[in-house]
Design a protein around this ligand. Structure first.
Ligand SMILES: [Zn+2]
Length: 321
């Protein structure tokens, strides 16, 4: 059977991965399915797909499920528990080791057999060449890199650690959860900074495991959308692509998407303005900025973000930094 081409978006949460995958999803070669890692959550059946329907009522996922599992009964909580025994940062050494315990080997095979069946079905039902998985978690990225059935391509998305930490401080409603008001978790700046740091270290360290690896800044997607998407496509050797859905600082999202989890951009349709969210520069406390900068400065320098305080610009896209 032909290998499955997966474009995996890795990096820290709140880095703009949903917007990126929606933009790529406008290109014919891609099918964007969101954060596959979160597919097995217990409350899956009460959540909305990116198309706006409940998952159980979505024709795309119904067809994928039938293709992947037929009449086999799929127990979501059990698969979620299995994922927890296989796909976590602490298990990366076990994933990569040729000497695995019998129980880890068995759990990994059981979980990845299900995952591969799901990817194969997504490929078949969508008819697309490349599946975009925006799970981001580095453990999923490493796990996929061990599977011979997967051709793994990686986009490492980076956003200023202070913007990310500020975003995690804010209380946000989860728009995909129906029948109740559910909030996204809130984290302290210190917690967000360390998470940002180790995710970026592991994303960098794992690049030799992917067939292609491309690092992209969130800021560049907003400020130079056409150039950024062209570079992503070039890294995947997709040459003849039409980017007429991008018009300077606007994108038109027309293609229906069936994404799992992600930010509210999942549900947006039509023309949206690309605007850099730099609220953190004014609204974040000086102490919180100092904590996050102290923990993350080596990568801030490497990725071209200013470490020293700069006056907030009226137009943050100009000049480049
Ligand atoms: Zn759907």
């Amino acid at each position: 059977m032909e290998n499955i081409k997966v474009l995996f978006i890795t990096g820290s949460g709140r880095s703009g991965s949903t917007l990126l995958e929606r933009m790529l999803g406008q290109i014919d070669a891609f099918v964007s399915v969101g954060e596959i890692r979160h597919f097995w959550r217990q409350d899956y059946k009460a959540e909305l797909c990116g198309c706006g329907r409940l998952f159980r009522e979505c024709p795309f996922w119904t067809a994928v499920f039938t293709e992947a599992f037929g009449s086999r009964k799929i127990n979501f909580p059990e698969i979620l528990a299995l994922r927890q025994k296989v796909d976590r940062i602490r298990y990366i050494p076990a994933m990569l080791s040729p000497w695995q315990t019998q129980s880890y080997k068995k759990d990994k095979k059981n979980y990845t057999d299900i995952l591969i069946a799901l990817y194969q079905a997504i490929k078949k039902v969508s008819g697309k060449e490349i599946i975009i998985d925006s799970s981001k978690d580095v453990s999923s990225y490493y796990l996929l890199s061990t599977l011979p059935e997967i051709d793994l391509h990686v986009i490492h998305l980076v956003r200023d650690s202070r913007a990310v930490a500020y975003s995690w401080q804010r209380k946000k409603v989860q728009p995909h959860v129906v029948n109740e008001t559910s909030f996204m978790p809130v984290f302290s700046p210190r917690h967000s900074a360390w998470e940002w740091f180790y995710r970026n270290i592991l994303a960098e360290a794992g690049k030799v495991r992917a067939q292609t690896y491309f690092r992209l800044r969130y800021k560049d997607i907003i400020c130079e959308p056409t150039g950024s998407i062209k570079l992503v496509c070039k890294s995947l050797q997709l040459d003849t692509i039409s980017l007429n859905f991008i018009n300077e600082n606007h994108v038109t999202l027309q293609q229906e998407n069936h994404t799992v989890s992600g930010n509210p951009v999942r549900f947006q349709k039509g023309e949206i303005q690309l605007k850099l969210d730099n609220e953190w520069q004014e609204a974040m406390s000086k102490r919180d900025k100092q904590i996050v900068t102290a923990i993350t400065w080596p990568f801030l320098l490497q990725y071209g973000f200013p470490v020293r305080k700069k006056k907030a610009k009226e137009n943050p896209c100009e000049p480049k930094n």
